[in-house]
Design a protein around this ligand. Sequence first.
Ligand SMILES: [Mg+2]
Length: 418
Amino acid sequence: MALRAILARSSSHPAAPPPSSPTPSPTTVTAIRAASAAKPAPASSPAGGAYALELEVGLDAVRMASTLCEEVQAQLMRQDETADTKDDRSLVTLADYAAQAIIAWRIQQEWPDFTMVGEEDAEALTEGGEGGAQTLEKITALVNKTLAKHKGDAAPTLSSTEIVAAINKGGGKGGKGRHWILDPVDGTLGFVRGDQYAIALALMEDGDLKVGVMGCPNMPKTGEVLEYDSSYTYGFSPSMVTKMLAGESVGWYKGCIFAAVKGRGCTVEPCDARIKAAPTPVTVSDAFDPVSAKFCEPVMKANSSQGFTASVADNLGIASKPLRVYSQVKYGSVARADADVFMKFPKAGYKEKIWDHAAGVIIVEEAGGKVTDAGGAPLDWAGGRYLDTLDRGIVATSAALHERLMDAVSKSWSSSQL
Ligand SMILES: [Mg+2]
C-alpha cells in the first residue's frame, strides 16, 4: 500500500523542531495559562467572536492530538505497536487514550472545572494489571513527548496519575449545561489500517453546538477521499506520489483541521503547524447535479445499511458509486463539497453516540449544510451520551438539497417496508 510506505517514510524523518514561540519559558501551569490567555485571538475566520478562546484552545488541543496520532499510526504501520480490543469489541490504541488525555489537559488549563463527554476511560489502564500499567507508561511518555514538541520550554511533564485523571474527565454524563464532546480517535479501524480517521472535538451549551474542531491528519488538502479498497493514495496524482515517496517537500498536500463556530462559518487549515496557510472558508456544494453528485457513507456494512443508502441515492438520481470513508472525515467531505450527501442508517438497536457526530455536524452546518435524523429533526445533543431519540438514521447535505433528500428517504423507507 503506497500510503503505508508514505507513512513509514514520514515517520523516519527527524522529529519536527518545536514551533518557535516568543513566549519566555513559563514553567508553571498557571503561567502557561496566563501566557496563552494573553495571546490575541487567531486572525482566522471563523475567528471565534464570543468563543475566540474556545476556538483557540480547541485548535491547539486538536493539533497536538493530531501530531500524536500520526506518530502512533506510523508505529502501527511498522507493526511496532498493536491495537487492543475493548469490551464492546471495538478497537483501541495508545492514540485513543493519549489524544483524550492531551485534549482534556489542554482544556483544563483554561477551564479547570470543565466537563466532557469523551469516548475513552482509563479503567483498562488502572485495572488492567501489568499490561494496563505498561500501556499507561507508554501513553504518559507519548503525551509528554508531544507536549514538549508543541510547547517547547513551557511544556510541563505530566505524571501517569495526571494522565489517568485527564482521560477520566471524559466520563461526563452530558445533558443540559456546557460540555465538551470528544472522540479522540474517530474511526479507529481506519486509523489502524493506515486510512482515514479524525480527532473530533465540539463544545455544546444547553443542546446547542457552539464550536467544532476536527483534525483529519490523512485527509488530502483538495480532492475527494476515495474508498479504501480502490484508493490510489487518496487521489494524489502519480507524480505527486513519486515526490512524496522521494521525500521531497511538497507543502500542504494532506492533513486538514476544520474549525467552526456557531454563526461564524467554517474554515479549513493544515494540521501541521509548520505549514503556514491561512484558514480558508469552506462551503457545501451549492447546486445539485445528479450526474456529478456523490454521497458518502460508512465503510463497514455493520455500521449502516448500504442497501438502504443505495436506494435513497437512486431516488435522488445519483449515478456514481458511494464514497466509503472511515470516521467523521465524511462530514468534512460534505462541508467542503467533495460529496453532496452523507447518510448513515444504523441497524435497529444500535445507539449512536454524541461524540461520533457533534464536531462533524457543526462543521457541516457552518459550511451551509443541514444535518438531521431521517425524520427531519435536529439531533438532540443534550440528551446524554447517546442520541437516544434518533429517528432511524442521520443525513447531512446542503440546506438546498435537504428537503429532496428527506423525500427520497421517505420513498425508500416506504418501499423497504412493503
Ligand atoms: Mg474513537
